[in-house]
Design a protein around this ligand. Structure first.
Ligand code: S3P
Length: 171
């Protein structure tokens, strides 16, 4: 069975939607951030602060490569920065159907405010950071995705329904 891969910005709902999608479809759920933390025995903030962002990005690429052979029939939620590398975008698409969960800056800001577990959002002026990262990444998410699903103003269950409809059309 093919995998379903959820991509999108931090706070887009990849993990929440992914877990329910997997449950509904009787598929396994994999979260790449959780995998990396378990394998490295360190939290993402610790990996960033001890080794830096590019070390974490290498771990992401290496995990995606391993998943090509040993993952089937899973819903896979990937970290928000995973599709930034061109190599990763190719690897993601070859894993299965890539679904981009998109949201406006306002929605994202509401969802990530006060969350200290995301090193990319640490520091002053959260809004400016989110805006810049979203601007830098938007086109890359679209390049990686087979389907684009807007989540603004929609409940998780509505998002699941739309994913179902779109996936049926996608075939
Ligand atoms: C990141 C997103 C995070 C995590 C890391 C970096 C990013 O995952 O991989 O903090 O660069 O967007 P979520 O999108 O699940 O928050």
């Amino acid at each position: 069975m093919k995998n379903i891969i959820l991509i999108g910005f931090m706070g887009a709902g990849k993990t929440t939607v992914g877990k329910l999608l997997a449950r509904d479809r009787g598929m396994k759920f994999i979260d790449t951030d959780e995998r990396i933390e378990a394998e490295q025995k360190k939290s993402i903030p610790d990996l960033f602060s001890e080794y830096g962002e590019s070390y974490f990005r290498d771990l992401e690429t290496e995990l995606l490569k391993r998943m090509q052979d040993d993952t089937g029939g899973a819903v896979i939620s990937v970290g928000g920065g995973m599709p930034v590398r061109k190599e990763n975008r190719t690897l993601l698409r070859s894993l299965g159907c890539v679904v981009y969960l998109s949201a406006t800056k306002e929605t994202i800001l509401k969802r990530v405010k006060g969350d200290g577990s995301r090193p990319m959002l640490n520091g002053e002026d959260l809004e400016a950071r989110v805006e810049k990262l979203m601007r830098d990444r938007e086109a890359l998410y679209r390049q990686a995705a087979h389907l684009d699903i807007r989540t603004d103003g929609r409940s998780v269950y509505q998002v699941l329904q739309i994913i179902d409809q779109e996936m049926r059309r996608f075939g």
